[in-house]
Ligand binder design. Structure first.
Ligand SMILES: Cc1cc2nc3c(=O)[nH]c(=O)nc-3n(C[C@H](O)[C@H](O)[C@H](O)COP(=O)(O)OP(=O)(O)OC[C@H]3O[C@@H](n4cnc5c(N)ncnc54)[C@H](O)[C@@H]3O)c2cc1C
Length: 407
């Protein structure tokens, strides 16, 4: 068992870390507090990452979601500096993946935008009445000739207010089956409304409203997947996904497989937030003096540092273990990513709480980044599967068929 990154992984981590430190660390506290990124700001950020080779187009997505280990490193490093940026990539990639297997018309519009890093995407499944239970989506797609007519609404959708493209969960009114549609705002316009939240403040979150939106039938997920399968061995060249991930897409339910990577990524982002707060606490424990000595010499402070260090290490091992299972295309990826998502999110809340406690009154000051770490950590236990659902997914994968506690 090798716990070392490869040379390529180290170079990736180091160049990303340098970039984030120079580009965003100096502005994050001020800018994040100002609220959701505008579309222009989001595109500026996407373009800067693109110059590093990280993006949503076929080529640059390979060095990001195309390698689960690089994706895990990406999530941890971005989480450490500015977690609000993660949704631009983590959610944007979900519609982007399918563009290379879409119709020629869609490709001709979207590929140039992807290549220019001017593509903002979102993944829209959650509805006002369909949160953890998405088995009965009320957003409908009515087949009419060569297109669907979509009606309904979505809520809590990352990037909703700035996205040009969306992968939208719908129920087919004729068959009752649920599926996803690749939708472009320019072709099938929708309305949005901003939602406000305590953390990830610069990440736009919103509601989406669809009223008689026409979407070509060829944009339906099973058609897109069919186009991908028709490519045979060339599928690997066209879809920016690793062999292991493609294997999971055929051995698990496609949606179940699809969620493994973001869940492992959420764990790693939680590690990044926790690590940033831990480093701040370590420094403060060395410098701040009370009772004639640095507070780091008091045993109860060392106990808190111990608890923080051991839980960050545990979450990190779990997150990388989940990423490794995805690399191998092992079905355990489902259980490991659910365990990692839950453990990592809950861990980040406890660690950032302790980091604030070690800072005493300063930990509660709004001019310190500690409160942002705490607010951002608090966000980690709901999106991409709540902590409770992650426990139930774990229970089901441990106990097997017939033990689904949430069906
Ligand atoms: C910042 C943010 C970004 C998001 N981004 C996206 C996005 O990009 N796309 C998208 O589609 N969605 C997104 N979501 C939605 C997110 O996936 C849902 O909020 C989540 O699935 C929970 O749904 P809910 O909020 O309706 O809670 P509910 O489903 O109403 O759950 C409420 C509580 O009940 C618990 N619960 C529910 N069922 C059970 C059960 N069977 N057993 C035990 N406990 C249970 C939950 O764990 C939770 O604690 C985002 C949410 C947030 C907050």
């Amino acid at each position: 068992m090798d716990f070392e990154f490869t040379e390529q992984e180290k170079m990736y981590r180091d160049s990303l870390r340098d970039f984030l430190k120079k580009e965003y660390a100096p502005i994050v506290d001020k800018r994040d507090a100002q609220g959701p990124l505008t579309r222009a700001e989001a595109i500026d950020i996407l373009k800067k990452f693109h110059q590093l080779g990280i993006g949503l187009d076929q080529e640059s997505a390979r060095g990001f979601v195309g390698s689960p280990m690089l994706f895990a490193i990406f999530a941890e490093e971005v989480g450490r500096v500015w977690p609000s940026l993660l949704t631009l990539f983590g959610m944007g990639i979900l519609p982007a993946i399918y563009v290379p297997v879409a119709s020629d018309e869609v490709k001709s519009r979207l590929i140039p935008r992807l290549e220019a890093a001017e593509f903002v995407g979102c993944f829209a499944e959650t509805e006002p009445e369909a949160g953890c239970d998405t088995s009965k989506l009320k957003t409908t797609a009515r087949p009419v000739g060569d297109h669907y007519v979509v009606n309904g609404s979505k809520t809590w959708i990352s990037n909703a207010t700035i996205a040009d493209t969306a992968l939208v969960g719908v129920t087919n009114t004729e068959t009752g089956a649920q599926t996803f549609l690749l939708m472009e705002k320019e072709i099938s316009p929708w309305e949005t409304n901003e939602l406000h939240k305590i953390g990830w403040k610069a990440s736009p979150t919103g509601e989406m409203f669809f009223s008689d939106c026409k979407v070509p039938k060829e944009n339906e997920l099973s058609v897109l997947m069919g186009n991908a399968l028709k490519l045979g061995p060339r599928m690997k060249e066209v879809l920016p996904l690793s062999d292991g991930f493609l294997k999971l897409m055929t051995t698990l339910e496609p949606f179940t497989a699809m969620m493994t990577l973001p869940r492992a990524g959420m764990c790693m982002a939680a590690c990044g937030i926790a690590q940033a707060s831990f480093e701040a606490a370590l420094n403060y424990a060395r410098e701040r003096k009370q009772f004639g000595k640095p507070i780091g010499k008091h045993q109860l402070i060392q106990e808190m540092l111990y608890d923080m260090a051991v839980s960050i290490e545990t979450a990190r091992l779990l997150g990388y273990r989940a990423a490794d299972a995805i690399v191998r295309g092992h079905p355990d990826a489902r259980r490991l990513s659910a365990m990692a998502k839950n453990y990592g999110g809950e861990m980040a809340i406890k660690v950032t709480y302790k980091a604030m406690q070690i800072h005493g009154g300063m930990g509660l000051a709004t001019e310190m980044p500690l409160e942002r770490y705490f607010r951002d950590a608090r966000m980690m236990t709901v999106p991409d599967g709540t902590s409770e659902m992650m426990k139930l997914v774990t229970g089901y994968t441990l106990l097997g068929k017939g033990f689904g506690a949430y069906a």
